[in-house]
Design a protein around this ligand. Structure first.
Ligand code: GLP
Length: 257
């Protein structure tokens, strides 16, 4: 696992956008794995800028999002389809038919999970997966306890996640209790992973993730088993790493001033 620490959140997000843009320019048919959440919003803003100012071309790119709430229609302002359409898909020259999220309204959710896995496989697998991290260590919506080799599945959301995300809903009780998420095994199969975490509220879980061996108790620790994973932080998210031994973690650049 590689680690890069940037001086602030904006620089970290810009660096992630640059890595994604470079991969897309090198491989126009890139299969991108995408994430939602406040942390990655500035990444999408930078990618939209690169499309508008430097003609970054998404026309042949395929995308697969990590997760979607169960029970929310696509047009619901809190659905991840809505988030992605607004922040990225409708702002660049992506073909909407090439953008994929699990269907949280599918009548048979188990069948939908199988279908989503097959779609990823049929696309040749995910080349580059963008990840955020929840305060309990979830990636996608793989909550503590999720099996490290799990595939796309229906996940009941934990109390921590409900508390963290319900503030984004008009009424907190509108937040669904379940989501469909790529599994930890699905994420581990992606050819490259970039995990972005910024802000002091992520410092504790980043310390735990980077110092722990892979364990279902901290889902993000599965990334230690990944052959090409880079964790990109700002100094606030890295603030509990000072002086720690981080076995298996290579500090690539330390831009701290
Ligand atoms: C949601 C998503 C996760 C994301 C997390 C972090 O729970 N399912 O994929 O990592 O939010 O959100 P934020 O970046 O807003 O802290």
């Amino acid at each position: 696992m590689n680690l890069i620490i940037h001086p602030d959140a904006a620089t970290a997000a810009n660096a992630v956008a640059a890595m994604m843009a470079q991969a897309l320019a090198a491989q126009p048919r890139l299969v991108l794995g995408l994430a939602t959440g406040g942390t990655v919003e500035p990444v999408y803003a930078r990618l939209v800028e690169r499309h508008r100012q430097h003609n970054l071309d998404f026309s042949r790119c395929r995308t697969f999002n990590l997760d979607e709430y169960v029970g929310l229609p696509a047009q619901h302002r809190n659905s991840y389809r809505h988030f992605m359409n607004e922040r990225l898909f409708l702002q660049v020259n992506l073909e909407l038919a090439n953008t994929h999220l699990p269907d949280g309204l599918a009548p048979d959710l188990s069948a939908e999970c199988v279908r989503y896995e097959r779609q990823i496989t049929a696309a040749g697998g995910i080349d580059l997966q963008l990840l955020g991290i929840g305060q309990n260590g979830h990636i996608g919506f793989n909550e503590p306890g999720a099996e490290l080799d799990s595939r796309t599945h229906v996940q009941t959301l934990s109390a921590t996640t409900r508390a963290q995300n319900s503030r984004l809903f008009a009424a907190p009780d509108q937040m669904p209790a379940q989501a469909i998420t790529m599994g930890l095994g699905t994420i581990r199969d992606c050819r490259q992973c970039l995990l972005l975490a910024t802000g002091r509220e992520k410092a504790g879980i980043i310390r735990q993730t980077l110092t722990s061996a892979p364990t279902p108790a901290i889902p993000a620790t599965v990334l230690h088993e990944h052959p090409d994973c880079t964790v990109i932080l700002d100094t606030a998210a890295a603030s509990q790493l000072e002086g720690l031994q981080l076995p298996g973690v290579a500090l690539l650049t330390n831009l701290r001033k």
